[in-house]
Design a protein around this ligand. Structure first.
Ligand code: MN
Length: 135
């Protein structure tokens, strides 16, 4: 079975590297977009298992990119997780109301990130407990 694929949408180079490194170590396949337009393009072309969506992007923001992803039948039900530094009261509710499946405040807690992704993936590669090696 192929690895679960995560589309990472993030315009900050250091955040992108962090997400990429964490996910690849756990066996996920990753796709990367640094703009909202590109995110929509990659999501509809590659049909990732889950999208990690930064909200502040240089062109259309993550909320608009999500709206476009939702209006395409191929990706209408793709899980999309909002990632944002806007950690004010009510933000979680606001992003969930906008149609995101989950919300992760920045700075992202790595174990929380992996937990959220595992919930939307098949779990055959990442997140599963490995059998201890026999010796
Ligand atoms: Mn950003």
């Amino acid at each position: 079975m192929p690895a679960d694929t995560v589309l990472i949408v993030e315009d900050n180079e250091r955040s992108m590297k962090l997400f990429r490194d964490v996910l690849e170590v756990r066996g996920y396949r990753t796709l990367e977009a640094t703009t909202g337009e590109r995110a929509v393009e990659l999501a509809t072309r590659h049909l990732p298992d889950v999208v990690l969506m930064d909200v502040q992007l240089p062109d259309v923001d993550g909320v608009e990119a999500l709206r476009r992803i939702r209006t395409d039948a191929r990706t209408a039900f793709t899980p999309v997780v909002a990632v944002t530094a806007q950690a004010m009261d009510g933000d979680r509710e606001r992003f969930l109301c906008a149609g995101f499946d989950a919300y992760l405040p920045k700075p992202v807690d790595v174990s929380e990130l992996l937990g959220v992704l595992a919930a939307y993936c098949r779990g055959d590669v990442a997140g599963g407990a490995r059998e201890p090696a026999e010796n």
